[in-house]
Ligand binder design. Structure first.
Ligand SMILES: NC(=O)c1ccc[n+]([C@@H]2O[C@H](COP(=O)([O-])OP(=O)(O)OC[C@H]3O[C@@H](n4cnc5c(N)ncnc54)[C@H](OP(=O)(O)O)[C@@H]3O)[C@@H](O)[C@H]2O)c1
Length: 214
């Protein structure tokens, strides 16, 4: 698959690198041309250039930029993104007096704002719940059961594409509803990162229920 990555930071490197290793053609688009070229070379990308070129490059575009910048970036490239699967991995978080806080308004998600800014795109919320360093771990690092990537999507074809990308990385796709549920995935990131920062291990908080229907 052809994937355009908008951004040249930690998540662009981690996800773009994992997808390139999985055999996908990854184009790195950055507003800093030298950074885009360096990252493309580092991950074995298929090319590099501007964010505009990344937006129009492939079946999939990844927005790997700060949450505060993502909706405006989507609006700027709305025409190019129309009809494409747009992966939103952003976390709208900021440090607050009592720990990590969401920067979105109640009931609002960045994914929803991106979708509103680029109405022709098929936005999928995914990959925001684990640290960038985790994507560099070799397949099998988690034992026999691969960890899951929850994703929220309205478009069935876009959901299928992202599920395929997740599987190609050796992880397990976890459908988490439509894009209106991205608000919960983003809030979960605030919880998880808050627990990490406090020195805890959030994964220990989710054992399977003894009686799932109760
Ligand atoms: N890092 C993680 O472990 C992690 C995990 C899960 C989710 N996330 C989320 O993933 C997103 C990216 O995180 P990151 O760690 O990759 O951030 P990062 O390392 O700070 O990289 C951000 C990238 O976005 C670019 N950028 C910023 N504003 C832009 C704009 N207006 N137009 C175009 N490009 C712009 C930056 O370009 P310049 O270099 O030119 O400034 C840089 O290439 C964030 O929303 C973050 O919350 C991160």
């Amino acid at each position: 698959m052809r994937i355009g990555v908008l951004g040249t930071g930690g998540m662009a490197a981690a996800l773009g690198g994992a997808w390139a290793r999985a055999g996908h053609e990854v184009f790195v688009g950055g507003r800093d041309g030298a950074a885009a070229e360096a990252l493309a070379r580092r991950i074995g990308g298929a090319g590099h250039g501007t964010p505009a070129r990344a937006a129009e490059y492939g079946e999939v575009a990844l927005l790997a930029v700060p949450a505060g910048a993502a909706p405006a970036l989507a609006e700027e490239h709305a025409a190019a993104l129309a009809g494409r699967t747009v992966v939103d991995c952003t976390n709208p978080l900021a440090p607050g007096p009592d720990g990590v806080m969401l920067t979105t308004r109640a009931g609002e998600s960045v994914a929803g704002r991106i979708q509103a800014a680029a109405p022709g795109a098929h936005v999928v919320k995914a990959f925001n719940l684990v640290h960038a360093s985790v994507w560099d771990l070799p397949a099998g690092a988690f034992g026999e059961t691969p960890p899951a990537v929850p994703f929220c999507a309205d478009d069935a074809h876009a959901a299928e594409r992202v599920a395929g990308l997740i599987t190609a990385m050796g992880w397990s796709p976890m459908p988490a509803g439509g894009l209106d549920r991205a608000v919960y995935v983003e809030a979960t990131a605030a919880f998880v990162i808050g627990v990490w920062w406090a020195g805890g291990s959030p994964r220990l908080a989710f054992p399977e229920p003894a009686h799932p229907s109760a």
